[in-house]
Write a protein that binds this ligand. Structure first.
Ligand code: BES
Ligand code: ZN
Length: 590
């Protein structure tokens, strides 16, 4: 027997699931889903079968003939969950499991009506990456094993169910409505996703529709109006879009990520609704995953950089195609700043700064950072710089073609690169990038005239007309370059002359609030507290809570704010904020 994923009980000596058919009923009163799932195997099999589960109650397991099968639900392991061991007594093509989820299912956030924009209906959404699918469905929850699926979701008739799958119609039965879906393309289980709420939609193009609560759907349609142009640009770079539709679901504010590349239905934070389309690089990022990540997937979380590093590269190629090389370089320069910060944050766990990680005993959520994203990006740029853009682009197309609808390891990537671009790995010292800590000194420094202009300010305040002409990316980058603590006069000028405290762009706003808090400019505290009340995106909660908790004058306010908003945050955001607050409490007691 061999388990090839430290976060899954899937065993490659056992039968493999080819597809599943799920029938599930969503109950907002008990915050549970009652389901029946039929797993169909690639070939009929017998013998032991280990499935991943987390907080599931298993009621019954039967084989294809309806015969009850013996099973053992082992004691749960932290975050990995409980092994469901089933004995396939005779060769069987499929099994059917009846089960229900727990109100604590880690993939789900159940929102009360008060936690939604509309305030009238409840809302439910899933977030399965990296290893939460098992809290919704008993499956072989490892990205190496792709599955197709069908799903029938029964929900209250006042609500709409959407899924990262093809719409196959609905049946209204009085107070309950059943929505049917089919995922015709095989996906790694972490891309299973759905949401249920008061949802409306707008058409953006023949293959794009945006969903959101009715109160924000027009704003979302405006913000994401150019998505078809993005898809066209991406197809020119990476080949045909293979998922038929690229719909968007604008999430409730508590969605903990910027975006999630659920196939056919990308989930996006509502913090992107700046009103001026200035944050759509996140859309480019999630779209890019349609090739890098969803077509070619990391075999397990130890190779996560293959998903995110390639996607940062693809995202910036899309940005370059649509907005020019200067803007793409600015984005890369910002990425380099964020990479340095992330590496500093992991100073006490340097092994986490390798591209290829070793995650036995480590929760992938807990070690999440931008390191695989940006270090991966700069590694790919190093290869590109060595072989030249045309050769690298051509190689990338062969990579996507060779591994499409597959899942690979870093070693598979290396072998494919060596075969297509012999000598490139050695020339860029790939071992150092992949297995070394930190960032190789040879990493390229992104350059652009806009970046030069920002650096020339050396942290000084830009003139009013200069700042007015800056894009949000320039502002974000500028704010990163201001040394901390900044002088009070600098903070006052940024607040008063440039109006940053009133910025509608959350990246700029939070960049500014963080700088101000780190500089002891406490006039921004009310705005910072408002942001942590309005938004559950971890990218914003982390720096704001960190800065608030680091200053003895605002630490108690951070603790009080968290106590007040805890219930509204997604569980994964709760753990993150708790660890930030705990770290600062301990440094205070030293
Ligand atoms: N797939 C990720 C989000 C994710 C990663 C969720 C790991 C759970 C576990 C998504 O594509 C992503 O990277 N989102 C970023 C976008 C940004 C880098 C443009 C985010 O949420 O900030
Ligand atoms: Zn991503």
């Amino acid at each position: 027997m061999a388990r090839r994923d430290p976060h899954s009980y899937a065993d490659d000596a056992q039968v493999e699931t080819a597809s599943f058919a799920l029938t599930a009923s969503v109950d907002f009163a008990t915050r549970t889903i009652t389901g029946e799932v039929t797993l169909t195997f690639k070939a009929p099999g017998r013998g032991p079968l280990d499935l991943d589960t987390r907080d599931l109650t298993i009621e019954r397991v039967v084989d294809a003939t309806g015969r009850v099968l013996p099973f053992v639900l082992h004691p749960p392991e932290a975050y990995v969950g409980a092994r469901l061991a089933i004995e396939l007594t005779d060769a069987t093509p499929s099994i059917t499991i009846r089960y229900h989820t727990s109100p604590e299912a880690s993939a789900l956030q159940w929102l009360t009506p008060a936690q939604t924009r509309g305030g009238v209906q409840p809302y439910l959404f899933s977030q399965c990456q990296a290893i939460h699918t098992r809290s919704l469905v008993p499956v072989q929850d490892t990205p190496r094993l792709r599955v197709r699926y069908t799903a029938a979701l029964t929900v209250p008739s006042e609500l709409v169910a959407v899924m990262a799958a093809a719409d196959r119609g609905k049946t209204v039965d009085g107070a309950r409505t059943t929505y049917r879906f089919e995922m015709p393309q095989a996906i790694p289980p972490y891309l299973f996703a759905f949401a249920v709420g008061d949802l409306a939609s707008r058409e953006l193009s023949a293959r794009c529709r945006v969903w959101a609560e009715p109160a924000v759907v027009d704003a979302a349609a405006y913000e994401f109006a150019d998505v078809e142009a993005m898809i066209t640009a991406a197809e020119a770079l990476f080949g045909p879009y293979d998922w038929e539709r690229f719909d968007i679901l604008t999430m409730p504010p508590s969605f903990p990520y910027g975006g999630m590349e659920n196939p056919r239905l990308t989930f996006l934070t509502p913090t992107l609704l700046a009103g001026d389309r200035s944050l759509v690089s996140v859309v480019a990022h999630e779209l890019a995953h349609s090739w890098t990540g969803n077509l070619v997937t990391n075999a397990n979380a130890e190779h996560f950089w293959l998903n995110e590093g390639f996607t940062m590269y693809a995202e910036r190629r899309i940005t370059e195609a649509l907005d020019g090389a200067d803007l793409a370089s600015l984005s890369a320069a910002l990425g380099r700043r964020e990479l340095d910060e992330s590496i500093a944050r992991f100073a006490d766990r340097p092994a986490m700064t390798k591209l290829r990680t070793h995650l036995e005993g480590i929760d992938p959520d807990e070690c999440y950072s931008l390191i695989p994203y940006e270090k991966g990006y700069f590694f790919l740029c190093a290869i590109e710089a060595h072989v030249g853009r045309p050769a690298f682009s051509a190689w990338l197309r062969t990579y996507l073609d060779t591994f499409r609808f597959g899942a690979i390891t870093t070693e598979d990537f290396e072998a494919h690169l060596e075969a297509g671009l012999p000598g490139a790995l050695a020339a860029v010292d790939a071992r150092q990038w992949i297995d070394g800590e930190g960032i190789p000194a040879s990493a390229a420094a992104p350059r652009s005239s806009k970046l030069d202009a920002i650096e020339a300010l050396a942290g000084g305040v830009p003139a009013r007309d200069v700042g007015e002409a800056w894009s949000a990316t320039e502002w974000s980058l500028y704010l990163e370059t201001v040394p901390r603590p900044a002088a009070e006069a600098t903070c006052r000028a940024l607040a008063d002359d440039h109006g940053l405290t009133a910025s509608h762009n959350y990246d700029v706003l939070v960049g500014w609030l963080t700088l101000a808090l780190q500089s002891g400019y406490l006039a921004v505290v009310p705005r910072a507290l408002q942001v942590v009340a309005d938004v559950g995106r971890m990218k914003y909660l982390r720096p704001l809570y960190t800065a608030l908790a680091a200053d003895p004058r605002t630490r108690d306010q951070a603790i009080a704010a968290y106590a007040q908003h805890r219930d509204a945050y997604h569980p994964i955001a709760r753990s993150m904020v708790e660890s930030v607050l705990a770290k600062n409490a301990s440094s205070a007691s030293q």
